[in-house]
Design a binder for this molecule. Structure first.
Ligand SMILES: [Ca+2]
Length: 350
């Protein structure tokens, strides 16, 4: 028996129907992907537009005439040459917005270092003004340090050698006699004078402190001037010349023109590389035949002291006036000596 196909439906059947369904699915997927891509592109376009708008309202808005700019100059960035480069920070303010920009600038053209440019650096100039009058032999008002070691040479000059002593009292050697400070306080007493009774003489006190100064300061140029003999050792970066002169110096001068010698010493600084400038006055603090100075200088500090004048014997008080004048010339004055009103005034005004 044979059956006749009487179906009137428009749907294909069999293999052809399957192909048609597959085409429809592919078409649907293509349309969906196209719509998704279009949507994504639209979102990106909106984001880019918003970003451009933000930039336009901030960074680019600063270019207008209404913007207020503030420039701050700074050093070179870290790791850069600070001599030849610097930087500038620019703050630009507009309505509700603030923008910053930073630029590195060239400060000055880089140039090679020529041999003629290699000049020595400046160094402090220290001129020791040593009072070499006989008054330096009298008491300074200070005793020897009990535990320190002192040396008395063949010429009778006593100087401090170190802060501690390994000998019990004294020891005679070819270099001289070493003694402890407490031994010296009993056996090496300086003559009393000017109401001072300490065992140590002004000469020992002055030289010990000058040697200590020489040993403690590096990169300084030292010179030596005496109140009686003028310049004894010119400025030198080495302490050798001044040390050799001090080793043979003796307080034998009959006069102590302290203010006159200080006035003369101010002009010893004729080398512009000596900066800053100092004069250290090592003295007994008793002007003797002093004060022969220009009239305008004798009472330079205008304190009306009647002893601001020339005096044949002791008593001239011009030292603090000359110290004040030295300071006005850029030369600082320091004092090593007994604690007296005149030396205190000289140290404070100089
Ligand atoms: Ca005065």
């Amino acid at each position: 028996m044979r059956f006749q196909n009487t179906c009137t439906s428009a749907f294909p059947s069999g293999e052809r129907g399957f192909i048609l369904a597959l085409c429809l699915v592919f078409l649907t997927a293509t349309i969906a992907l196209t719509l998704a891509a279009a949507s994504l592109a639209l979102v990106h376009l909106k984001s880019a537009g918003a970003f451009a708008d933000i930039l336009g309202r901030t960074l680019l808005a600063g270019e207008g005439d209404d913007a207020k700019r503030t420039s701050t100059f700074l050093g070179a960035p870290e790791g850069w040459d600070h001599i030849h480069f610097s930087s500038v920070l620019v703050e630009t303010r507009t309505e509700g917005a603030c923008a910053y920009s930073m630029r590195v600038m060239q400060s000055q053209p880089c140039s090679p270092i020529l041999p003629m440019d290699l000049v020595p650096a400046r160094s402090p100039g220290i001129l020791v003004l040593l009072d070499d009058s006989q008054l330096m032999r009298i008491s300074s008002g200070f005793d020897y340090e009990p535990q320190a070691l002192y040396l008395k040479n063949a010429a009778g000059q006593i100087v401090r050698v170190s802060g501690c002593s390994e000998i019990a009292s004294s020891l005679a050697t070819t270099a001289g006699t070493f003694f402890r400070g407490d031994f010296g306080n009993s056996h090496e007493r300086a003559p009393t004078g000017s109401s001072r009774t300490g065992a140590m003489s002004c000469w020992t006190f002055a030289l010990s402190n000058v040697y200590h100064l020489l040993a403690g300061l590096d990169h300084a140029c030292f010179g030596l001037e005496s109140t009686s003999g003028g310049l004894r050792a010119p400025f030198s970066p080495s302490p050798g010349p001044i040390t050799r002169v001090l080793a043979s110096a003796c307080p034998t001068a009959p006069e102590a023109p302290l203010a006159e010698a200080l006035f003369r010493a101010i002009d010893r600084f004729n080398d512009p590389r000596l900066e800053p400038r100092h004069i250290v006055v090592a003295t007994a603090g008793i002007p003797l035949s002093d004060g022969d100075l220009p009239g305008w200088l004798r009472d330079y500090d205008r304190d009306g002291d009647p002893m601001d004048t020339a005096v044949e014997g002791e008593g001239s008080h011009c030292l603090d006036d000359v110290a004040a004048y030295a300071r006005s010339r850029g030369v600082r004055v320091h004092v090593i000596g007994p604690d007296t009103p005149l030396l205190r005034a000289a140290a404070s005004k100089g």
